[in-house]
Design a protein around this ligand. Structure first.
Ligand SMILES: [Zn+2]
Length: 354
């Protein structure tokens, strides 16, 4: 069976293929009745001999210069963040001493985003541009070029984070069209913000960049970042304490967004991505079910607001409740929403894994 072959291929961690994204875009497709679903199985098994190698490699300190006195008459610097998690982290650090704008409106797919003239304008007048990096914001290169802002400071929030390489095998039970999710993210899986420990490193990188761009407000950036990092520490402790009760819990999601979270808390992810739903045959579903059964899957997760018929079918056949897990790529712009959404994820992981 080629399906088996793919899984082994995966487990041996060779010749990786990449598949990221789905989320809001497939959500609209589903609503439009032309939904695409495919199956991709991603395993972080011990058999791979894969170690927990996405540790933060450096804990950078903010520049140690004398703290200048803030000048209330001085205009605020402008920071532009690419998408929601970067916007949350930047807003949290900036507080009210810097302006923060978001390039990709929440609700718009980040993985294959096309820049708008407004994005070019926003970057042209910004002091700092903050991106997640790891190949996520493919639209940025040309957009930054077009903005012609010689003074722009670009910040890669994932600096110092060792990315997980491609570990997702592709299982396509349905031969079909429209596999527009197949992007080559040679920089690794970009979804680092979903691990609270790696999120701390992103906040630290953003803090340091704002301090360099605006040293007058160093003390404020430091205090704001420390407060947010404290919240991330608390969240990490909650995840650890809750999920250590269900080690090796294997879960299925349809968006390859949770390998960092899974690795951090000793879970295993099997990711389901899109195939043409209108061609999904019972035999295809059966093939998926048979595969999934071998991995003792405990929990099934769908993205909020998405009607995923393959997952619904799996849920029925495996007799597992379909719950929600949120990749945080869209949602409310309040920086506290990170914690709200992550705690909802934790609750659903706990329910699914018990
Ligand atoms: Zn994603």
């Amino acid at each position: 069976m080629w399906l088996e072959g793919s899984l082994c291929f995966m487990e041996c961690n060779k010749a990786p293929r990449k598949l990221y994204k789905i989320s809001s875009k497939s959500s609209s497709k589903v609503k439009g009745g032309a939904s695409l679903l495919a199956l991709l199985v991603l395993l972080t098994t011990a058999a791979c001999g894969q170690t927990n190698n996405n540790q933060v490699t450096t804990e950078t300190s903010p520049p140690t210069t004398a703290t200048p006195t803030p000048d209330p008459g001085k205009p605020k610097i402008k920071a532009v963040a690419t998408f929601l998690p970067m916007y949350w982290f930047t807003r949290a650090v900036a507080g009210d001493v810097a302006e923060v704008e978001i390039l990709i409106p929440p609700g718009t797919e980040v993985h294959d985003y096309q820049a708008t003239p407004e994005n070019v304008k926003a970057i042209a007048t910004a002091n700092v541009l903050i991106k997640n990096g790891l190949g996520l914001e493919e639209f940025l290169e040309d957009t930054v070029k077009n903005a012609q802002n010689a003074n722009l400071k670009q910040v890669d929030a994932s600096k110092g984070i060792k990315a997980l390489g491609e570990i997702s095998p592709v299982v396509e039970p349905v031969k079909g069209k429209g596999h527009d999710h197949d992007h080559d993210h040679s920089a690794g899986n970009p979804h680092v913000w979903l691990d609270p420990v790696l999120a701390k490193q992103q906040v630290t990188n953003i803090r340091d960049a704002l301090i360099v761009a605006d040293p007058n407000n160093k003390a404020t950036y430091e205090a704001n970042a420390a407060a947010y990092i404290k919240q991330l520490d608390d969240l990490h402790n909650e995840f650890q304490q809750t999920l250590q009760k269900t080690p090796n819990c294997t879960f299925i999601t349809f968006h390859d967004a949770f390998p960092y979270l899974a690795q951090r808390y000793d879970l295993k992810q099997v990711a389901v991505v899109e195939v043409p739903e209108d061609q999904l045959a019972p035999a295809d579903v059966q093939k998926v079910v048979n595969t999934v059964k071998k991995y003792n899957v405990r929990a099934l997760f769908n993205e909020p607001g998405v009607d995923n018929k393959l997952l619904a079918s799996l849920s029925k056949d495996l007799n597992l409740t379909l719950r929600e897990i949120n990749s945080l790529e869209t949602g409310d712009k309040d920086p506290q929403n990170y914690f709200k959404s992550m705690r909802a994820n934790l609750e659903n992981l706990q329910l699914g894994c018990k």
